[in-house]
Design a protein around this ligand. Structure first.
Ligand SMILES: [Zn+2]
Length: 328
């Protein structure tokens, strides 16, 4: 087994310090798939970094893996350092307003070799915007991978779920996320996962396209020790299955094609009466909403059936603002 820790300079700060991205690369003498795993692309989603540092430590002891695995625990050191009073705000670049997971190219590519050359050449350009540089650096690390897993988090409470394409959902079943949300290849937002699939849809068969998923593994800005251990065990289970070291566990997730932000039907201070993972039926109430003007409270009721996947962190909200994440 060969282990290499690679550092890449991503940005020079105003005071002259250099910010770097670190990749941990493990190569086995046994042939097998190339797997790329990253976390913390959005600044507040620090859980991915902790989880992947745990994975790096596991990999240092692992003698059974096959192929190659590239682990980038903290994919966006700029985002992590944007902090305002008890919260990390780096979901967007604070200067440009760009969402850090909407920066990836989905332009057509002929094959996997062209992908590697494309990103290597992009990195050689000196004066890229910081968004383009981050995209080029992360994609140069993941180019050529057979499996790509991008670890994110949702809200202050979240039931773990993942985004993937319909034809690769089964390849991630061993990750044991209870819910899979299917991405639509026709609707793209230039996210990291999409940049591995959309460019090849006309040039490669579905079998040849890399398998990708974005795993919403926990909540923003915080990690629970027990959940950290559970997610590590899920991640190792998926890796063992992908390496072919264990028979495939048929863990059937609930699959949804439709998912959306839940918006506040009324303004006020939300006290949730439903928990993440619960199904809410049309007409049923899911929160008691305190009304500061009247001194009373009302109930927020569901317009349609949904499964509550994530609850966002804002307790006091104006009407129509995003308060949660649901599958329908
Ligand atoms: Zn995210």
């Amino acid at each position: 087994m060969k282990y290499q820790k690679k550092s890449m300079a991503i940005q020079q700060l105003a005071n002259g310090e250099i910010v770097k991205i670190y990749a941990h690369i493990f190569t086995s003498s046994k042939p097998g798939p190339t797997i790329y795993v990253q976390g913390n692309l959005h600044g507040p989603e620090v859980f991915g970094t902790a989880l992947l540092i745990e994975l790096v430590q596991e990999m240092k002891k692992n003698k059974d893996f096959k192929g190659k695995i590239v682990i980038v625990p903290c994919a966006n050191p700029m985002g992590v350092n944007n902090v305002v009073y008890n919260g990390i705000t780096g979901r967007w670049n604070q200067q440009s307003g760009t969402n850090w997971n909407r920066i990836f190219s989905i332009s057509p590519l002929k094959n996997r070799q062209e992908e590697i050359v494309f990103y290597d050449n992009l990195l050689k350009i000196e004066k890229l915007s910081i968004e383009s540089k981050l995209a080029a650096m992360l994609r140069s690390l993941s180019a050529g991978a057979d499996y790509v897993l991008d670890i994110h988090t949702t809200g202050i409470f979240n039931t773990d779920h993942l985004f993937t394409y319909s034809w690769m959902s089964e390849d991630f079943s061993a990750l044991q996320a209870p819910v899979h949300l299917l991405l639509d290849p026709k609707t793209t937002v230039c996210a990291f996962d999409e940049s591995h699939v959309i460019p090849f849809l006309k040039s490669l068969t579905k079998k040849e396209v890399p398998k990708v998923a974005t795993w919403e593994a926990h909540s923003h800005g915080y990690f629970d020790n027990l959940i950290l251990k559970q997610r590590l065990s899920q991640l190792l289970n998926w890796l063992r299955n992908t390496w072919g070291n264990e028979s495939k566990q048929n863990n059937k997730p609930a699959i949804f094609k439709q998912y959306a932000h839940l918006t506040a039907p009324v303004a006020g201070y939300y006290c949730w009466t439903k928990k993440v993972g619960e199904r809410v039926c049309a007409g049923e109430s899911y929160a008691r909403v305190y009304q500061p003007n009247s001194g009373d409270f009302v109930f927020a009721k569901a317009e349609n059936d949904f499964v509550l996947l994530g609850i966002y962190g804002v307790v006091a909200t104006a009407s129509g603002e995003q308060i949660g994440w649901v599958a329908k």
